[in-house]
Ligand binder design. Sequence first.
Ligand SMILES: [Zn+2]
Length: 153
Amino acid sequence: MREGSSKPRFIVDAMLGNMISWLRILGYDTLYWEGDDKKLIEVAMKEDRIILTMDRDLALIAARNGLEAFLIPNNEASRILAELSKRYGISLEFDPYETRCPVCNHLLEMVNAESREEWICPSCGKKYWKGSHWRNIMKTIMDARRERARRRP
Ligand SMILES: [Zn+2]
């Protein structure tokens, strides 16, 4: 899928900082929000974004404005991803051509270095590769898949 497809987009409040990277790595356009709730609601409305929050009041305000909001019950990445997959159909497969910069949300470009796969962010210039942290990333994604399988349908 390319930009402009019907993939869900998200806006995540500051309490859930670690979710940002996960959603971006999995290729989902995700904004990080630090600031007042009213503005967040405006952005979510304008850009058609699903709100992820641990703040009950914010979830209520969102619902009152007819917005989709998911009140996150815990801060465990794999469980949250499993739930988002169930609710919104997000994919729990890593797609090397459809992954986003964890820092700035821009789609990454894959570059073929001689010996390893690398990605570069055309926006902020950061480079990524499958280093030692990669195993941890894959483990969380695998845990999310297992958790998702437990939550059928
Ligand atoms: Zn970037």
